[in-house]
Design a binder for this molecule. Structure first.
Ligand SMILES: [Zn+2]
Length: 197
């Protein structure tokens, strides 16, 4: 992430989580900025909150594991990555699972590899962003019409990517998602990301 120094982004995301303590993207952004500033102990608290709010947020689980590793908590990091691995398997994200399996191997932890093609695929589904015919989300990622539309048209892996991309958008545009206007801008970017009309 380029642009503003980490301290400014820490402040911005701190404001966001103060205003909306149920926003996992706010906590994810805060944790990411803290980690970048070398404040791993504080980062793991923020990231812990992000995965408490959304236990299926793979990007936050991976970053939490990195914060734990930097804070010298290697055993905790391995447990967190195992959780991320389980989420990826459950979400039928074979590629994502493989990446996490390799991160675990770097920590000296072996887990059984996911079997490619071993998952059921819904024949009628094709992701509007990446074109894959597998990995449709089990549930809408947000409880609103746009969330239901995204669930219908996009895959889980692309949703996980969107959560990472949206943090950058929030940074760059200085969006405060508590405000309806900022929320609208966020929705427009989301539609663009997923090729939704
Ligand atoms: Zn996709």
């Amino acid at each position: 992430m380029s642009g503003e120094p980490a301290t400014e982004r820490i402040e911005q995301f701190q404001k966001m989580v103060d205003a909306d303590p149920t926003n996992e993207i706010g906590y994810f952004g805060l944790g990411s900025a803290l980690l970048e500033a070398g404040r791993a102990d504080e980062a793991l608290v923020a990231l812990g909150r992000a995965v408490e709010l959304n236990p299926n947020f793979i990007g936050a689980l991976q970053l939490l594991a990195e914060a734990e590793r930097q804070a010298g908590q290697e055993a905790a990091a391995a447990e967190t990555l195992k959780r991320a691995y389980q989420v990826a398997l459950r979400r039928k994200d074979t590629k994502g699972a493989e990446k996490i399996r390799m991160q675990l191997a770097e920590l000296g932890v072996q887990v059984q590899a996911a079997e490619a093609g071993g998952f059921d695929t819904a024949a009628t589904f094709q992701c509007s962003r990446c074109g894959r015919t597998e990995g449709q989300m089990q549930e809408p990622p947000m409880n609103n019409p746009l969330g239901r539309e995204v669930r219908e048209k996009a895959c889980e892996q692309c949703w996980q990517q969107w959560m990472l991309v949206s943090v950058k958008i929030i940074n760059e545009l200085g969006l405060n998602l508590v405000q309806p206007q900022a929320r609208h801008v966020w929705d427009v970017h989301m539609r663009e990301f997923f090729n939704l009309r």
